[in-house]
Write a protein that binds this ligand. Structure first.
Ligand code: ARG
Length: 458
């Protein structure tokens, strides 16, 4: 059934129908559509705009449609224009005359604006849960690894020793911000556009505060033209998803590097790796690669939809129907990636001896050797030069700093004493880094506790 046949004298071209239709994808929010309609008609009855009896029949009809769609007894057709027409037509088929009163004081413009908002809000809640699971896995691994040494990198060159807890802690902070970003988007988007009508409100005495409350919103949107044409919250959500994907992609890249034959910092679980059809020895990090790769799709959705919205005059334009497929794809992709990545991380084994050995043999303690000299009164710039000579010496001899003899040290600078060995041990290098945010195990434990409390408060 078409909702708008009255002023037309000709059938729509079949291809036009197909091109125009959104039911193939907006069926995804049928629950939200029905929920919105129930709230709308409840309000209409309270305001005396429809009778209590009609309202009761409409609500019963809508609930039976919901049940039948849930159970699969009712199937979507391929002729309805969109989910709104489909539900309304079905309602009229089921209850007759009263069904025709549902759409009083409402336009599909405010209806779809409401449906998308309800749907996006539910999705934000789900995504927050997934991020919380990921954060829990990260903090659990961190807790067990405050003394697991590994090299920290800049320019992908070994820089200074850190711990696995510290390295993973950086990701914890990123995903914590992602979580909070989602929370704040949800807060900002939580206004109800229903009652905006086509664009200019309606002449019916709608109680918009009431519908907003029924649907769990903080209140009604304050401008009806904005109400039907605001898609900012989708753009913010797509942007938050892009940032989540960017973080996951960085983390994936590190897992891929750590999993290489050269590094072997991690051993991915068999359940989260794949083989090669020709090379029997292969165990590939496909999940991490796919997460890294799929990031492009989510960025694409953000760029695509920003471009769709640019230049649209107020108020509703059909261009906005294009918000759906890109957004749904971004949602599926992001949720899938968070879930898979969480599973992969949870089952990954960390090769601690390998990590510690790697931290040891890359001169990651060179800064600490310089700081040692500073402690003995040498100006830092001179100390930097002296340690540079030590590194050169070691590189020629293919040894690490702690393998030099005291005589060799003294030959380069007489300031060195036997306590140099303790000063540059991995343990000392990490343990002494005690400013807040640094890898020193005692301060790291404090940060982990703080983050655990935050997690428990969610
Ligand atoms: N399927 C449409 C959309 O997603 C619903 C709104 C239709 N409104 C209209 N004036 N044609 O945007």
């Amino acid at each position: 059934m078409k909702l708008w046949g009255g002023r037309f004298t000709k059938e729509t071209d079949a291809l036009v129908n197909q091109f125009n239709a959104s039911l193939p994808f907006d069926r995804r929010f049928y629950k939200q559509d029905i929920r919105g309609s129930i709230a709308h008609v409840t309000m209409l009855a309270k305001q005396g705009i429809v009778s209590e009896d009609d309202s009761a029949q409409i609500i019963a009809g809508l609930n039976s449609i919901l049940e039948d769609l849930n159970s699969g007894r009712l199937q979507f057709d391929d002729v309805s224009e969109d989910i709104h027409s489909f539900v309304e037509a079905n309602l009229i088929e089921r209850i007759g005359e009263p069904g025709k009163r549902l759409h009083t004081g409402r336009s599909r413009n405010d209806q779809v604006a409401l449906d998308m908002r309800l749907y996006a809000r539910d999705e934000i809640d789900e995504m927050k849960e997934l991020i919380r699971d990921l954060l829990t896995v990260i903090i659990n691994i961190s807790e067990e690894n405050t003394e697991t040494f590994m090299p920290g990198f800049t320019h992908l060159q070994k820089a200074q020793p850190v711990t696995l807890a510290h390295h993973l802690g950086a990701y914890f902070e990123m995903f914590k911000r992602d979580y909070e970003r989602l929370t704040s988007i949800r807060e900002r988007m939580n206004v109800c556009p229903l009652g905006s009508g086509a664009l200019a409100g309606t002449t019916y005495p709608l109680d918009r505060e009431y519908t907003a409350k029924l649907l769990g919103f903080d209140g009604p949107s304050l401008n009806s033209m904005d109400g039907v044409s605001d898609r900012d919250y989708l753009i913010e959500f797509l942007s938050a998803m892009s940032t989540i994907m960017m973080h996951l992609s960085r983390f994936s890249e590190e897992m891929i590097i750590w999993n290489t034959n050269e590094y072997r910092f991690v051993d991915l679980d068999d359940a989260y790796s794949t083989g090669s059809s020709i090379m029997p020895q292969k165990k590939n990090p496909d999940i991490a690669e796919l997460v890294r790769g799929k990031t492009g799709r989510v960025y694409g959705a953000l760029m695509g939809f920003l471009t769709t919205m640019k230049g649209l005059p107020l108020a509703y334009n059909k261009d906005m129907q294009e918000d759906k497929e890109m957004f749904f794809d971004a949602l599926d992709t992001t949720k899938g990636c968070i879930t898979l990545f969480t599973g992969m991380l949870k089952t990954t084994r960390f090769n601690k001896p390998r990590m510690a050995a790697s931290a040891k043999n890359g001169f990651t303690n060179a800064t600490d050797a310089a700081d040692y000299l500073v402690g003995k009164g040498v100006p830092f710039r001179d100390a930097h030069g002296i340690v540079g000579q030590l590194v050169l010496f070691c590189e020629e001899k293919k040894i690490s700093l702690d393998e030099m003899s005291l005589e060799e040290y003294k030959a380069i600078s007489p300031v060195f004493e036997a306590d140099i060995y303790d000063a540059i041990s991995l343990e000392t290098c990490v343990d002494k880094r005690l400013t807040i945010g640094a890898p020193g195990p005692s301060v790291m434990k404090e940060v982990i506790d703080k983050n655990k409390q935050w997690l428990a408060s969610l």
